[in-house]
Structure formats: structure tokens, C-alpha cells
Design a protein around this ligand. Structure first.
Ligand code: RIB
Ligand code: CA
Length: 310
């Protein structure tokens, strides 16, 4: 049985590797990719999503453009990490596959209304998903599961001292999604910071000898430089592919059901994920908060699957 998924994304080098992993995995039926503004503006995230589909040899995947800015706040982007194109590193050709007509939010709504058991994979700010839930509340109960990269507790923040980028960019959307009542699995910085793009791991992609392997190594060579300088590590955290890896091999991960709320009032702590890991409140659990990963197993899965792409 394949699992039907929608990937909501702001490519982004790490988003790109997550999309490649999904497209290389026959267990997953990628119904569509919805782009959101985040790492770079929407005009680039939607184009980057199409570039990655064509890199994978999958111009058949429908790509939609969604929200160009957060629900209430001004857009904050991250060219300082991802480069001016959002996919700096390899020189990928301009896409020839078309951008789908229609808004990504309407694609999410229509797809959930016409399909059972769809999983939403969120790799960027949660604006599109929150907008879909607000516009069409009937679809919420139809969502099988939401798996999202975002937030953090023990690792602190990567955008402010306490906030992770995806949640910081659109904290109001995040709060809407985290309160939706459907099963949510969250891949926070606490787990993604265990998945460093070490030189040995990047070399394993390059050693595939394929255009996808070379492009992946080049994406990671560029993407890691900012975090390597910031954290003084061999390699930087590889965030988004953990969302897809969870669907493929959940046994790589450990977490617990806890309550998580998002700060939307204080500018000082805006976008902080207040994760009640030790259960000190009586607030009901609403997310499976993942804290541990078998990082070697994660990279072995990535290399094994990306080897299947051209
Ligand atoms: O904080 C990391 C997250 O923000 C990742 O999803 C990265 O792609 C950026 O969107
Ligand atoms: Ca992302």
C-alpha cells in the first residue's frame, strides 16, 4: 500500500533533498507539491520545487504556488543560509515543466476532499496548511497525519535565541496547525541537529556518480557552510528530509506525545515552541515530539534511495 502525501515546502537545499527522497521512494504517492514563501520568496520556492522534480526525472508531479507571505507578519527570508536563488550550489537548469494553475491552498483543499488518508508533509512555514484549514474546516478531519519540520526546545532556536525559522516566519499559522486536533509528528531542531552533513556523508552522495548524487552533494556543500561556521561542526544540520524519513522508517526515531504551544504575543519570544517535554502542565498532548534519531541510519536511507534517481 502506498501512502498518499502532499509536500508543502520552501526550497531550500534541505527541502530539495527531502523532495528527492520522497520521489525516490515507491512507498510514497506524491499527489502534489505546494510551494510557500519562506527560505526565499514564493517566485523562487515554486521554481525551485519544479527544478528538483525535473532533476529527479519527475516532471509529472504537479507543483502549485501558495502563500507569498505569512498570515499576519511580514515575510522573513533566509538567503544568508540558502543563497539568493534558494538553491545555490549546483547550477540546475531553468524548469520546463509548467507551474500548475490555481492556488496551492485550493489544491490542498480539493485533494483532501477527494482523497482519504492523505498525509501532509510540511517542510516550511505552515501558512498554506493553516489557510487551507481556515478556508475549509471540513478537510481537517480528513487529514491522516501531519509531519512537520519545525520548532525546538533543548537546542534553542536558529533564527532567534528561542525560535526556529519555519515557526518564526509564521507563528500564527503554526499555532493554527498545532491546535487542529489531527495526529502531528514534529521534527524539531533537537533531532535535526543530530543529522550533520559531515564530509564523509556528503562524499557518499557524490560517490553515487549520478546527476542527482552530484547535485545533492553540491547542494549540501553550499547549505552547510553557514551552520558549520555558526556551530563549529563538521557539517551542518540536515533538517527537512527527516520528515520523509519518518514516513519510510519510523523506527529510526524516538519521541513522545506532549503538549506544544506557539508564542504569538511577545516579540521577544515570538515563534517559540513551548514544548511541555516533562509534562509539568495539564495541557493535552497534541504532537509527537521527536527527540532522537539514528543519524547513520538516516543517511544510509538517503544514499540508498537517492541512488535510484538519475
Ligand atoms: O529551521 C530549518 C527550517 O527552515 C528548514 O525547513 C529550512 O529549509 C528552513 O525552511
Ligand atoms: Ca524548509
Amino acid at each position: 500500500m502506498t501512502q498518499k502525501i502532499i509536500i508543502d515546502t520552501d526550497p531550500g537545499q534541505d527541502d530539495a533533498v527531502a523532495i528527492l527522497l520522497a520521489l525516490a521512494s515507491p512507498e510514497l504517492d506524491v499527489l502534489g507539491i505546494t510551494a510557500v514563501a519562506g527560505n526565499v520568496p514564493l517566485a523562487l520556492t515554486e521554481k525551485n520545487a519544479r527544478k528538483i522534480c525535473e532533476l529527479a526525472g519527475r516532471p509529472d508531479i504537479p507543483v502549485y504556488a501558495g502563500a507569498a507571505r505569512p498570515l499576519m507578519r511580514e515575510l522573513v527570508t533566509a538567503e544568508y543560509v540558502h543563497g539568493k536563488t534558494g538553491l545555490d550550489g549546483p547550477d540546475l537548469p531553468e524548469p520546463t515543466m509548467p507551474l500548475q494553475q490555481g492556488h496551492a491552498v485550493d489544491f490542498i483543499i480539493d485533494t483532501l476532499r477527494s482523497n482519504d488518508e492523505v498525509t501532509l508533509c510540511a517542510l516550511g512555514p505552515l501558512t498554506n496548511i493553516a489557510m487551507a484549514f481556515v478556508k475549509a474546516p471540513d478537510i481537517v478531519e480528513r487529514v491522516r497525519e501531519i509531519v512537520a519540520m519545525g520548532g525546538g526546545l533543548f537546542e534553542g532556536g536558529n533564527t532567534t535565541p528561542v525560535a526556529e525559522f519555519n515557526i518564526y516566519v509564521d507563528p500564527h499559522a503554526a499555532q493554527t496547525v498545532f491546535k487542529c486536533g489531527r495526529p502531528i509528528t514534529l521534527m524539531p531542531l533537537d533531532v535535526t541537529h543530530q543529522c550533520l552533513t559531515t564530509a564523509k556523508r556528503v562524499a557518499a552522495f557524490r560517490a553515487l556518480g549520478t546527476r542527482t548524487g552530484e547535485a545533492t552533494a553540491s547542494l549540501l556543500d553550499f547549505f552547510e557552510r553557514f551552520d558549520e561556521q555558526k556551530y563549529g561542526t563538521d557539517g551542518g544540520p540536515l533538517h527537512d528530509p527527516n520528515v520523509i524519513a519518518w514516513l519510510l522508517q519510523p523506527e529510526l526515531y524516538e519521541g513522545r506525545e506532549i503538549n506544544l504551544e506557539v508564542e504569538t504575543g511577545s516579540e521577544l519570544t515570538m515563534g517559540m515552541t513551548v514544548a511541555d517535554w516533562w509534562g509539568v502542565t495539564d495541557r493535552p498532548a497534541n504532537v509527537n515530539y521527536v527527540r532522537e534519531v539514528d543519524a547513520d541510519g538516516f543517511y544510509a536511507l538517503l544514499v540508498e534511495r537517492l541512488a535510484k534517481l538519475p
